[in-house]
Design a binder for this molecule. Structure first.
Ligand code: OSB
Ligand code: MG
Length: 375
């Protein structure tokens, strides 16, 4: 393929309710979309990517303006230079072409996603078929933010269960951990339940975290800091709750290291965090080869990212429900046709590429910034 033009489109989506984690409260989401126009064997096709950076560098070091900057100044120009040197570009070569730019995985992932979408749309293949998905739909879990009272949390959880979500993930932080978990267990019984600390604890908190073992959780996600792999291994030895890593797994190499260290029993795979869908697939394969379960995390994606995540999660190693909820869990109006829950599951799109695209009128209304990066 030959890229003709790349547009960076920033949209602003209000959240249906504030979403609080151990690191911030969000009321609005600004995904950076990539609209890539390419010539594939004489056909002009458009591919879409979604960059999952948050507005601020709180979940990882990446942030919205930084992602836009690195895409404009370094990543997209490298793809142009590669093709101008007479090389052919494909999704499978994007990682290689960008390898000298250190970090910026979410920005790289979005660009690779757009190239992959264009490539697959041109050949008429879906993301699901490309990944070798073995199912038509995926079970849908929901990530429940920190609320200001246990009473309200119970209402929120009850509402999600009524909608059919098959697994509840509670965000926790120091001061909001044992009590909310106990309350949810007592009220809702034996539901599939897990917690996510977003790196809010230290190993000194091991005795406290061990109290969670009493609640038969599916897993505890990222209790310690991103670079605390060894300490996660020590904590894992002290707890019976399976140890899951999110922030720490930034690459297939990190996944292999975490497995070798005994720091991880379950991996949350987020394509943006690891530099793209192809690296995500490699992590799935490494985990499967080591008998480690994986599930697909989320970053409050719009319908574009949700479509790709659902396709990825259709691979056979994704044995736990992902954070792939319906569009209306976060957004009243999604930029694509909305994803809906059907019997606790989300259907994987079947059309070429992502199988969904932004609705032009909605995209126009929600766009707050556009720039074109030409060759
Ligand atoms: O840690 O999984 C996380 C959202 C933003 C940043 C980090 C995380 C999350 C979520 C939401 O938990 C998952 C979703 O998109 O539903
Ligand atoms: Mg997480």
């Amino acid at each position: 393929m030959r890229i003709l033009n790349v547009e960076l489109i920033t949209v602003s989506l209000p959240l249906v309710s504030p979403f609080t984690t151990s690191f911030s409260t969000q009321t609005q989401r600004s995904p950076l979309l990539i609209k890539l126009t390419a010539d594939v064997d004489g056909d002009v096709v458009v591919g879409w990517g979604e960059c999952v950076t948050l507005q601020d560098p709180l979940y990882s070091e990446e942030y919205l303006d930084g992602a836009r900057d690195v895409l404009r100044r370094y990543l997209i120009p490298r793809l142009y230079a590669w093709q101008d040197a007479g090389n052919s570009l494909s999704a499978e070569t994007v990682g290689h072409v960008l390898r000298h730019i250190v970090g910026h995985r979410m920005a790289k992932a979005a660009l690779e996603m757009a190239v992959l979408d264009a490539q697959l749309r041109a050949s008429g293949q879906s993301f699901a078929s490309y990944f070798g998905a073995t199912v038509n739909s995926v079970p849908s879990g929901v990530s429940v933010g920190i609320e200001n009272s246990i009473e309200h949390l119970l209402e929120v959880v009850g509402d999600f269960l009524d909608q059919g979500y098959v697994r509840i993930k509670l965000k926790i932080k120091p001061g909001w951990d044992i009590a909310p978990v106990r309350a949810v267990r007592e009220k809702f019984g034996d539901i599939p339940l897990q917690v996510d600390a977003n790196a809010a604890y230290t190993l000194v908190d091991a005795p406290l975290l061990r109290q969670l073992d009493a609640f038969d959780l599916l897993l505890i996600e990222q209790p310690l800091a991103e670079d605390d792999l060894r300490q996660h291994a020590l904590l894992a030895k002290q707890m019976s709750t399976p140890m899951c890593l999110d922030e720490s797994i930034v690459s297939a190499t990190a996944a292999a290291d975490a497995i070798a260290l005994g720091a991880v029993d379950v991996i949350n795979i987020k394509p943006g965090r690891v530099g793209g869908y192809l690296e995500a697939r490699r992590i799935h394969d490494i985990a499967a080869a080591n008998g480690i379960a994986v599930w697909c995390g989320g970053m409050l994606e719009s319908g574009l990212g949700r479509a790709a995540n659902a396709a990825l999660a259709g691979m056979s190693g994704f044995t736990l429900p992902g954070d792939i909820s319906a569009s209306d869990r976060f957004y009243k109006l999604d930029i694509t046709e909305p994803f809906v829950l059907d019997g606790g599951r989300i259907a994987i799109p079947t059309g070429p590429g992502l199988g969904v695209e932004p609705l032009p009128e909605v995209l126009k209304d929600l766009t707050v910034h556009t720039e074109t990066v030409s060759n």
